[in-house]
Write a protein that binds this ligand. Structure first.
Ligand SMILES: C[S@@+](CC[C@H](N)C(=O)[O-])C[C@H]1O[C@@H](n2cnc3c(N)ncnc32)[C@H](O)[C@@H]1O
Length: 391
């Protein structure tokens, strides 16, 4: 084991070193995995909130150091808001990502897709047309009156009606994303991470002005991307039921951070965004790996479920990944009914069963921003970066 004596105490464990991969492994050891000296992130990285998302530097370091042979894809089986896909694109690498959560997929698609023509003008026209409508409706959204004032509901509904009329997919996606990004702000919910109802004195005019502001910000971020848009495909699906042929090509490199038991709740975080945009958060919750709800019911999930889910994941990864290809998994610890579970140990064991060797194990400190989404019950302060190689 090699201990780096810097103030964040990053430990790098080089478990096994292979002759033909030793230079890559040595380069991994040179990285400051705390990314204490981060540059200001590109505006495209913060177009919409997402819990437990990568800081761009993390996948960027892995994608720069580890090989992705020509003609193969970078793959993220739990793509979330698409940080791996975006970083692959910045390096000119084609990629594919899968996520169950439709809001995650929307963010990832917009981040890596073409910039729509005249987005700001379209948002302005939609806002003006929507402002004419005051039609009241009954929404099939549980507790909608608790979380959204009546005139805010009519404004959101009118915007959605107008957005629905936009045929161009990239424009439609961008407008829905802009609206999604302001939904917590115009709701009675205190903040993205605090589920308490408070009176924020939001009016229907605020809905239209925040929507236009979000579209302008998004447009600026999209237009300021100064790299060419390598192919990035986003698949909205359950990774555990994917077939290798669904991935659409050979994979040269996997970079992912899987969900883990009893930690973040992606479906809950975006519950109202999903209701408004016409998705079913309860169906997402049902299939979401690690959702807390699965651990607090009769016949609740256990650590064993996570073992099986990761076995399924590695079954897929093994099938699509090239020989001697790398799979990087970034993962933290969980607490299930009082017991601390080291998920990296589970991934390592499952990967070994599936015919992978652990080449590098890094313990990194999670940044303060990531921790703002954090959960006191899990007390997550560090996470593990596992670099596995297919035998
Ligand atoms: C740690 S997050 C990934 C964040 C991502 N690295 C980013 O930068 O945004 C894990 C993701 O796994 C997704 N997920 C959970 N269960 C899933 C399943 N069965 N199939 C596909 N994705 C799933 C969640 O929706 C969540 O987006």
């Amino acid at each position: 084991m090699l201990k780096c004596d810097n103030k964040i105490q990053t430990t790098i464990d080089m478990v096994e070193q292979h002759q033909n991969s030793s230079s890559e492994i040595a380069s991994l050891a040179d990285v400051d995995w705390s990314f204490a000296e981060r540059e200001r992130p590109h505006a495209i990285e913060s177009i919409h909130p997402y819990p437990a998302k990568f800081i761009g530097e993390l996948p960027r370091a892995l994608l720069r150091i580890l090989p992705c042979p020509k003609g193969t894809l970078v793959f993220d089986p739990f793509a979330g808001s698409g940080t791996t896909l975006l970083e692959a694109q910045r390096l000119g690498l084609p990629s594919v990502g899968v996520d169950l959560n439709p809001i995650a997929c929307l963010i990832a698609r917009v981040k890596t897709g073409v910039a729509p023509d005249n987005l700001t003008e379209k948002a302005r026209a939609i806002g003006s047309a929507a402002a004419q409508s005051r039609a009241k409706r009954i929404w099939k959204i549980p507790n909608v009156d608790h979380w959204f004032k009546a005139d805010v509901q009519t404004a959101i509904g009118a915007l959605l009606d107008k957005i629905r009329e936009v045929d161009n997919q990239a424009t439609n996606d961008a407008l829905r994303l802009a609206l999604s990004s302001i939904l917590v702000r115009v709701s009675n919910q205190d903040s993205d991470t605090r589920y308490a109802a408070v009176d924020k004195k939001v009016s229907r005019e605020d809905v239209f002005s925040h929507f236009l502001g979000a579209a302008e910000k998004l447009n600026k971020a999209l237009l300021s991307r100064d790299w060419s848009l390598a192919q990035a495909r986003v698949i909205e699906a359950n990774t555990l039921t994917m077939k290798p042929e669904d991935i659409g090509g050979r994979v040269g490199l996997v970079v992912t951070s899987p969900p883990y038991p009893n930690a973040y709740e992606y479906w809950l975080y975006h519950k109202y965004r999903m209701w408004w945009l016409g998705f079913d958060p309860l169906a997402v919750k049902q299939q979401e790996i690690g959702a807390r709800a699965h651990f607090f019911k009769r016949n609740h999930h256990t650590e064993e479920h996570f073992w099986d889910q990761m076995r399924e994941t590695f079954h897929l990864v093994r099938k699509v990944l090239v020989k001697r290809g790398y799979a990087c998994f970034v993962i933290g610890r969980s607490k299930i009914h009082g017991k601390i579970i080291d998920n990296a140990d589970i991934i390592q064991a499952v990967a070994t069963e599936a015919g992978f060797t652990t080449t590098t194990r890094i313990e990194r400190t999670i940044s303060a921003t990531r921790k703002s989404f954090n959960l006191s019950h899990a007390n997550i302060k560090t996470e593990t970066v596992l670099v596995l190689q297919k035998n």
